[in-house]
Design a protein around this ligand. Structure first.
Ligand SMILES: Cc1cc2nc3c(=O)[nH]c(=O)nc-3n(C[C@H](O)[C@H](O)[C@H](O)COP(=O)(O)OP(=O)(O)OC[C@H]3O[C@@H](n4cnc5c(N)ncnc54)[C@H](O)[C@@H]3O)c2cc1C
Length: 382
């Protein structure tokens, strides 16, 4: 039995976007950090693998739009520090009455984000690849973020600030001794390896339901946690039609009234640079946790997305050349959880829209773990 004992002030469990950025921000503040993952950073069976997520500003609430603006500083900082391009500019478009582009435009006006409302024909002139469903909200500052590169950049920055990375290290149990400022934790893997720390940040994405009850969190905290649901989402890659193969593609969110939004974005590396990644938001099948994912593509979800592409994305051939599943970990309000008690901080439930906030999530996680600054109330446990 191998018994490697590491000791550090902060232990971050899970090296997806949330954990990698938390480790980066903690190490950057001069703390001793160990970051561990059951497999490796940006685990292929987690939520932060691959090359493409949408960065857009349009949210029905000004609070979130303002947080995207705040997150941008962190993106620029991580790009500069790592010398890696993490954001590829791509205008963001919203259309369909269910999305209510006019209401979203009012929010962007309030927050001071550059935008314009276009008539369907104006939008069609600029992006003939998209058939508008009513008015179109255009955010020129949108982008596609490279999730996997971001994780690796954040891990590299954390290590550059002295953090230790342990891969192939599945946390099996967490044992506490002492309370308050005297709390000490021993994290154990099933094979007996141990890491000790004074504070633990848990960012295990869709594995949270398996782990939450084993962290020694007080019953009052657990009682206040919103229910966290893991769903297996289906996404497809649709090839660019020949005449649009070299177009500058926007990202698109389209929502009909009473339906879930369908989003589309240039798939980049994931799609062999040949097509658009298209999926319906939060339409997936519920699973008990990431450990229970089936990997089975939902045929009905594929059919819905293809039907919508046929009507509203004339720039692609509506025949998938690749299909995949990915995990959402969501709360009922789609608000994240960045809170903890007694030396353990939970950073989770990125609810299918957390990618764009990654550097900020790291900052807020570090704030919550250290007590350096308050975390926005919407992310705390009541
Ligand atoms: C299909 C899809 C599309 C999305 N689109 C967008 C988008 O367009 N825009 C946007 O902003 N966001 C988007 N998101 C959301 C974004 O990708 C997620 O918010 C983000 O990846 C969540 O990261 P995470 O670190 O919480 O989880 P993960 O990336 O899953 O990381 C958790 C890590 O914890 C590790 N782990 C688990 N259990 C243990 C254990 N016991 N011990 C040690 N390690 C453990 C895992 O191996 C994993 O590496 C999308 C997500 C999906 C799935």
């Amino acid at each position: 039995m191998v018994r490697t004992v590491g000791v550090s002030r902060f232990l971050v469990v899970g090296a997806g976007l949330a954990g990698a950025c938390a480790a980066w921000r903690l190490a950057q503040r001069g703390h001793e950090v160990t970051l561990l993952d059951r497999t490796r950073p940006a685990a292929p069976d987690g939520s932060s693998h691959g090359s493409a997520r949408i960065l857009r500003f349009a949210y029905p609430e000004a609070g979130y739009a303002a947080l995207v603006v705040r997150a941008l500083d962190g993106w620029r900082e991580l790009e500069a520090a790592s010398g890696t391009t993490l954001l590829t500019p791509a205008p963001a478009l919203d259309h369909g009455a269910g999305r209510d582009p006019r209401a979203l435009a009012r929010v962007l006006e309030e927050v001071g984000v550059e935008h314009e409302l276009l008539s369907p024909s104006e939008a069609g002139d600029r992006w003939p690849q998209v058939t508008a469903d009513g008015e179109v909200l255009h955010q020129p500052g949108g982008a596609v973020l490279d999730a996997e590169r971001t994780v690796h950049a954040a891990v590299a920055e954390a290590r550059a600030h002295g953090a230790q990375l342990l891969t192939g290290w599945p946390l099996a149990s967490l044992e506490r001794s002492g309370h308050g400022s005297r709390a000490r934790f021993t994290a154990r893997a099933e094979d007996g390896r141990e890491v000790e720390a004074a504070h633990v940040v848990v960012a295990v994405g869709g594995w949270l339901p398996d782990v939450l009850g084993r962290l020694g969190l007080p019953p009052s905290f657990l009682a206040g946690m919103p229910p966290v649901v893991v769903t297996e989402e289906t996404a497809v890659h649709l090839p660019y039609a020949e005449e649009h193969a070299h177009d500058a593609w926007p990202t698109v969110i389209h929502q009909r009234p009473g339906e879930l939004p369908v989003y589309a974005l240039p798939g980049g590396r994931d799609a062999d640079h040949r097509g658009l990644k298209v999926a319906q938001h939060a339409a997936g099948q519920r699973v008990a946790s990431a450990a229970h994912r089936s990997g089975v593509v939902d045929r009905a979800a594929v059919a819905r997305v293809v039907a919508q592409a046929r009507q509203h994305l004339p720039g692609v051939v509506p025949e998938p050349y690749a299909e995949t599943t990915c995990l959402y970990t969501s709360t009922p309000t789609e608000d994240f959880v960045i809170d903890g008690a007694d030396g353990v901080t939970v950073v989770s439930a990125c609810s299918g829209h957390g990618g764009k906030f990654a550097p900020l999530l790291g900052e807020l996680a570090a704030d919550a773990a250290t007590g350096d600054a308050p975390v926005p109330e919407r992310f705390t446990v009541s």
